[in-house]
Each structure stands twice: as structure tokens, then as C-alpha cells.
Design a protein around this ligand. Structure first.
Ligand code: NAD
Ligand code: DAU
Length: 374
């Protein structure tokens, strides 16, 4: 069925984790592009979930918010009884650094929660289940190569391991029980409404508050950046068009070092580079991520529409215009997290002005190239 025909059909979609960063952008995209669909947003409202992210659509009759846990079978069963056509599972603990501090919640929500959601979808015979996975399941690359969907999963952090488990659970529910499960593995998203623990919003908001920017290790780890709306469009395409059991890499095609990214942000904000602090590295820090996205290009005709420069300008503009949003989010429990994560690191940190700009203790491991087909 073409997506044009599908867009006219009335369908109900259960979006989980819709009050987070990507989930809220996805809900907004669905309401705009599939106005006949009904959306139920099931979100536990952890520290990362914020109903304000969807305040502009809260009164839309096609949208309903339910506060609750994906790991609550009775609640999920009740929601799925409403003739749900698809589940899109964004709900997760998502921050690598927090998973290094304490991995328990990551296993509970990402692994056990996803398993419960899959079991409920199977019991309710939900026609489609999309698991939002991540490029971190593949582990780290050296300077060359890119991961394709057939590569071995070799996660480095407890976060990545919990996402790999969820991703494989979704695929096994397809193989074993016939659930039409679909998996997307995207690279680093950026854009409006991202919780300011992740590097781009953390560095923008620190810079706006004239606070130091804590850059891990030598600052030369590489990430591939994808504008959040582009990821949401890819997820919608996979949801409507993909075959059962398929996996799609979704990348932005814009790789850069963290140092280059930080300098770009400071320049764009008109803030001095002296705000950069090289701090002790993240444990198990993946050196580089890169995705081969030929499958989603060729089979689904998706490609990113937002260039990195334009996307970053929009993102910076959003954080400048929405200072009250991030000031509220950065208060309370965020402050104690920040002290735990950065207190000692910043005390040991060094600025750009000291020597080469590299802290003496930063000796990043150099993982071997795992693939060289990119
Ligand atoms: P986020 O941390 O901003 O939001 C997560 C949301 O899930 C929050 O609203 C939270 O309240 C909710 N949640 C957590 N536990 C829950 C539970 N047990 N039941 C119901 N809701 C729960 O995350 P994000 O950055 O928007 O990521 C969304 C998804 O995309 C995650 O699965 C993540 O692994 C994946 N992903 C993210 C990125 C990225 O760059 N941000 C890249 C690739 C994949
Ligand atoms: O690749 C997809 C993943 O991207 C998602 O699955 C995760 O949910 C998401 O959090 C993100 O993971 P990263 O670990 O890549 O994102 P983060 O923003 O935490 O870090 C990006 C890079 O910046 C990474 O190399 C570490 C570095 N960094 C991060 C922080 C928070 C710093 O140098 N200093 C920091 O303070």
C-alpha cells in the first residue's frame, strides 16, 4: 500500500516515550502528516520526560497522553485493546554516562520493559511494532569503515548493551512468534527539546550560561549527526513500508570530532573558546560511529533533508528562544547529577590554553577498524 493511501486511513498508534526528545518530535510530525491517525502517548515521565514538550498539541483531539510504564502489562494490555495498529517504542533510559553511574534502570526499562511491551503486542495481535534502536549497538569504529545492518553487535556501555538486547528481542519476537517487528538504528540526533545532558544541548546551554564545556578525553571522538525531524521521517517510512523483521540504519552523513563540534557551537554563539575544558574521558568511550545507510536510501527512498549547518542553526535558535524551558529542566535533580558527573572531572580539567589542549591523562584506546566497506 502506498503511503498516500495509508495517510487517509484512520489508524491508532501507541507511541511510548513520547514526552522525550525524539518521541515528542515524532508525535508532532505524525499529527501534522497523518492527521487522521489517533495517537496514544504512553510515558512514565522520568527525569527525561516532559509534558511541556507537547504542550502545543495537548488539546488536539487526535492525541492522548497516558502517564505509565511500558513494563506495566495490565496498563499496556488495556491500551492495546483500543485496536492499535502499531506500537512505536521510544521509551528508554538513554544517557550513556548515567548507565555508567548506575545500569539498573537501563536493564529494567530497556530490556524488561521492551520484552513486556512485545509480549503484550503479541497477545493483542498488534499489526506492527517498531523498536527504536541505535547505532551504539554496533560498538566502536576506528578511523575508517561504516557499519551495515548485518554487522555483529558489540556494545560498549550498559546503555548500548540494554539497547542491543531490546533490538534483538524485537527481532526474535518476529522470528519466533510472527510479530511484525521493525528496527531502526540511528546515529546521534540533535534538535529542539533534547534534554541538556547530551552533548549538543549541554554545550549550548553551558555556553549561554558562560559555564565551562567539559570535553571528554582528547575531544577527537567522532559522532555522525542527524537532525531529529529527519530521523522521525525515517521512522514513519519504516513503520508504513518496511517488511517484517527488517532493520534500517538511519544516519545523517555528517561525521565530526567533538572538538570541531564544540568550536563550531562556541563560534555560532559568539562565546570564547576558553570555555572548553578537557576533562578525564568517559569509561569505555566509543571512538567513532559511522553508518552505511544504503538500505534505507534504496529500499525506502529516505534521505536526510536538513543539512548540518541549517539544523544546528535551528537548534541553537531554539535553545536561545526557549531559555525558560532549559532553565527549568536544569534545576532540581539535574544539578545533583551534574555535580556527580562533572564535579571531579572539571576540577581536573584543562583549558585549550594549556599545551596542546590535551590533558595528560587522556589516553584514548584505539579500537581496530571493524569494517572498511564504507
Ligand atoms: P529521552 O531520554 O529524551 O526520552 C525517553 C523518554 O522515555 C522519556 O520521555 C521518558 O520519560 C520515557 N520513559 C523512560 N522510561 C519509561 C518507561 N519505563 N515507560 C514509559 N516511558 C518511559 O530519549 P530520546 O533521546 O528521545 O531517545 C528516544 C529513543 O531513541 C530511545 O529508545 C533511544 O535509545 C533511541 N535513540 C536515541 C538517539 C539520540 O541521539 N537521542 C539516537 C538513536 C536512538
Ligand atoms: O549514537 C546514538 C546515541 O547518541 C543514542 O543512542 C544515545 O541515546 C544518545 O545519548 C547519544 O549517545 P552519545 O554517547 O554519542 O551522546 P552524548 O551526547 O552523551 O555524547 C556525544 C559525544 O560527546 C560523545 O563522544 C561523548 C562526548 N561528550 C559528551 C558529554 C555529555 C563530551 O565530550 N562531554 C560531555 O559532557
Amino acid at each position: 500500500m502506498t503511503s498516500k493511501m495509508a495517510s487517509k486511513e484512520k489508524r491508532t498508534v501507541l507511541v511510548t516515550g513520547g514526552c522525550g526528545f525524539i518521541g515528542s518530535n515524532f508525535v508532532r510530525l505524525l499529527l501534522a502528516e497523518r492527521p487522521h491517525w489517533s495517537i496514544i502517548n504512553l510515558d512514565l515521565l522520568t527525569y527525561a520526560g516532559n509534558p511541556e514538550n507537547l504542550a502545543d498539541v495537548a488539546e488536539n483531539p487526535q492525541y492522548r497522553f497516558v502517564q505509565g510504564d511500558i513494563a506495566d502489562p495490565a496498563l499496556v494490555r488495556k491500551l492495546l485493546a483500543e485496536e492499535v495498529w502499531a506500537v512505536v517504542n521510544f521509551a528508554a533510559e538513554t544517557h550513556v554516562d548515567r548507565s555508567i553511574l548506575d545500569s539498573g534502570e537501563f536493564v529494567r526499562t530497556n530490556v524488561l520493559g521492551t520484552e513486556k511491551l512485545l509480549a503484550a503486542a503479541l497477545a493483542a495481535k498488534v499489526p506492527r511494532f517498531l523498536q527504536v534502536s541505535t547505532d551504539e549497538v554496533y560498538g566502536s569504529l576506528g578511523e575508517r569503515g561504516a557499519f551495515s545492518e548485518e554487522d555483529v553487535l558489540a556494545p560498549s556501555s550498559p546503555y548500548a548493551a540494554s539497547k542491543a538486547a531490546a533490538d534483538l528481542l524485537a527481532l526474535t519476537f518476529c522470528k519466533t512468534f510472527g510479530v511484525t517487528a521493525l528496527v531502526t538504528r540511528s546515529s546521534n540526533n540533535y534538535g529542539p527539546y533534547q534534554f541538556p545532558e547530551k552533548v549538543i544541548p549541554l554545550f549550548i546551554t553551558n555556553a549561554l550560561a558562560d559555564q565551562p564545556l567539559p570535553l571528554y578525553g582528547d575531544g577527537l571522538n567522532v559522532r555522525d549527526w542527524l537532525y531529529v525531524e529527519d530521523n522521525c521521517r525515517a521512522i514513519l517510512r519504516v513503520l508504513e513500508q518496511a517488511q517484517a523483521g527488517s532493520i534500517y540504519n538511519v544516519g545523517g552523513g555528517h561525521e565530526m570530532t567533538n572538538l570541531a563540534l564544540t568550536e563550531l557551537l562556541l563560534d555560532a554563539l559568539g562565546k570564547p573558546r576558553s570555555l572548553i575544558r578537557f576533562v578525564p574521558d568517559r569509561l569505555g568511550h566509543d571512538r567513532r560511529y559511522s553508518l552505511n545507510c544504503r538500505r534505507v536510501f534504496r529500499e525506502l527512498g529516505w534521505q536526510p533533508l536538513v543539512g548540518f549547518q541549517g539544523g544546528l542553526e535551528r537548534t541553537i535558535h531554539w535553545y536561545v528562544e526557549n531559555r525558560s524551558w532549559w532553565e527549568r529542566v536544569r534545576s532540581g535533580s539535574f544539578r545533583s547529577y551534574y555535580r556527580t558527573q562533572y564535579g571531579d572531572r572539571l576540577a581536573e580539567g584543562k583549558g585549550l590554553e594549556t599545551g596542546s589542549g590535551k590533558p595528560a591523562e587522556a589516553e584514548p584506546r584505539q579500537p581496530e577498524d571493524r569494517r572498511a566497506d564504507g
